[in-house]
Design a protein around this ligand. Sequence first.
Ligand SMILES: NC(=O)C1=CN([C@@H]2O[C@H](COP(=O)(O)OP(=O)(O)OC[C@H]3O[C@@H](n4cnc5c(N)ncnc54)[C@H](OP(=O)(O)O)[C@@H]3O)[C@@H](O)[C@H]2O)[C@@H](O)CC1
Ligand SMILES: Nc1ncnc2c1ncn2[C@@H]1O[C@H](COP(=O)(O)OP(=O)(O)O)[C@@H](O)[C@H]1O
Ligand SMILES: [K+]
Length: 497
Amino acid sequence: MITELKFEHSELSLLTPTQMGDADRAAEAAGVSGAAMMEAAGGAVAVAVGERWQMRPVTVLCGPGNNGGDGFVVARHLSAAGWPVKVALLGSREKLSGDAARVASMWKDELAPFTPDSLDGAGVIVDALFGAGLSRALDGQAAILVEAMKSRRVPICAVDVPSGLDGASGRVRGAAAPADLTVTFFRKKPGHLLYPGRALCGDILVADIGTPVSVLDAIGPNTWENGPGLWLGGYPWPEPESYKYKRGEVLVLGGEAITGASRMTALAASRAGAGMVTLAAPKAVWSIYATALTNVMVDSFEGVSGWQALLADKRRTVIAIGPGAGVGTLTRRYVAAALAMKRATVLDADALTSFAEAPEDLFRAIDGPCVMTPHDGEFMRLFHFEGDKLERARAAARQSGAIVLLKGSDTVIAAPDGRAIINSNAPPQLATGGSGDVLTGFISGLLAQGMTGFEAAAAGAWIHGAAAAEFGLGLVAEDLQGVLPRVLQKLRAQLDA
Ligand SMILES: NC(=O)C1=CN([C@@H]2O[C@H](COP(=O)(O)OP(=O)(O)OC[C@H]3O[C@@H](n4cnc5c(N)ncnc54)[C@H](OP(=O)(O)O)[C@@H]3O)[C@@H](O)[C@H]2O)[C@@H](O)CC1
Ligand SMILES: Nc1ncnc2c1ncn2[C@@H]1O[C@H](COP(=O)(O)OP(=O)(O)O)[C@@H](O)[C@H]1O
Ligand SMILES: [K+]
C-alpha cells in the first residue's frame, strides 16, 4: 500500500486571496518587509513585460491599494529602461497609504487622467487596478476603464490577476479585461485555474518575491494545482517482484444496451496498469464483449445475484460501474451490491444518474474508498450546492463521503476532508463522447495498484489530459489508451532524471 503523500508545501499549492494576505503578513513577521515584496513584485512584472514585448509606449493603470503600488514600481522600472510610460491612478495620490503611497511618491511625472484617453497610443497596458484586495464588483470609473481595455486591441499584462477577477473563485465581479500575460506572486490562486478566470489570465508567470516557504506552515494549504509533483513519488510503477494479482484486479460492469463505454473503461484500466481486468457481461450480450476483448477477461452474469457472485471474488479489489450501465433500478442495485463490499469503487455516469431520485441512498451506502466522477449534469442530479466549482465539489465530497471528481475543462477533485486539486492540463479535444469512460478506467487501474482514491483521481485526470495533449487534434476517446504508454514513459523519464 502506498502511503499518503504530503504535499502541503508544494509549489503546486494554491492560496486564496485571504490566504495570500496571511502569507504576506507572515512574511513580514519573518523579516521580509512589505516594501521589499512590493519592489520585488513590481520588478518581476517589469522584467516579464520587457521579455515579452519590445520597447513601446505603455500605460500603467494603478488602483488605490497595493496592487496599484506594484503598478507604480513597474512604471518606474520600465521608465528607467527607456520605455515611454503613462500612469493613471484611480483616486488621488493623497488617498494612498503605506507601501503604495511610498512607491507612488517615487513617481515624479504627472499622472495621466483616469479616463479611456490615457490608453491612447499605448502599445501595452499594465493592469494594476485590483488584485487580492478586490472587495466588490467593479463599477464607475474602474468599470469604464476595464471596458475600454477590453475594446482596444492592445496587449495587457495583469498584475497578480486581471482586475475584477475574483482570485478565490475564478468569477468576474463586474468586469475584467482578458490579459495576455498575468504575473502573480509566490503561489497561484484558484481563480487563475477555474473558468472563466483561467481564460482571462493568458499565460501565467509565478514570481518569487522573497516570501519564505515556511509561511505555509501556519496557512496549511489544502488546494493544489494538479501535477506530477503531487503524486509522482507514489506512482505505482511495475516492480520486478510484482505479479498480476499484486497489481490488482478491476471488475468493470458491462452494459446491455451500450457496450462500447464499459469496454473503453476496461481497456483503459489495463493500460493504466491493473494486473487483471474483468468485464462483467450480462448474459444476453456476452458474445459481443467476448469477441471484442482480448486481454480483458469477460465473465458473464445474470441479474443481481450473478453480479454478487462475481463480486465475491476477493481478488477483485476495484469495482468500476457506470459507463453504459443504463439508468434505473437494476443499476442502483448493482451499485448497492458493489458498495456493500467496501472495496475501492469508481462510480461514473449511469451509476450516478440512477440515484437522481434518492441521492441520500447512495451517500448512505458509501462506506469504503469511493471515487465519483460526475460531469456537471450528473453532479446536479445528485447535489444541490451553490457556489463556485471548488466549493461545490468540496461540499459534495463532504456530503457523500466519496472523492468527487467534478469534470470539465477545469476538473476539480475534492476529498471529504476538504483537500482539493484543480486539474489544468486537459485540452479541449477531450470534449468527445467516451473520454469520461476512459478516465474511469485510468482511475480504476491506478486504484488497483494501491493508490488512494484522492491520488488515483488526481493522477488519472492528469494522465488523461496529458494523453489527449500527446495525441493532439482529431482525438476520439479510444485513442487515449493507445497514447498512454508514451505519457507514462515521459513521466518515468522525469522521475529517473
Ligand atoms: N505585502 C503585501 O501585501 C504585498 C501585496 N502585493 C500586491 O498587493 C495586492 C493586494 O493589495 P491590497 O490588499 O491593498 O488590495 P488591492 O488589490 O490593491 O485592492 C484594494 C484596494 O482596492 C479597493 N477596491 C477593492 N475592490 C474595489 C472595487 N471593486 N472598486 C473600487 N475599489 C475597490 C479597496 O478599497 P476598499 O475595499 O478598502 O474600499 C482598496 O483600496 C496584491 O494583489 C499584490 O498585487 C505585492 O506587492 C506583494 C506584497
Ligand atoms: N472543453 C474541455 N476541455 C478539457 N477537457 C474537457 C472538456 N470537455 C470535457 N472534458 C473532459 O472530457 C471528459 C468527458 O467526460 P464525460 O462528460 O463523462 O463524457 P463521456 O460520458 O462521453 O465519457 C472529462 O474528463 C472532462 O473533464
Ligand atoms: K490587477
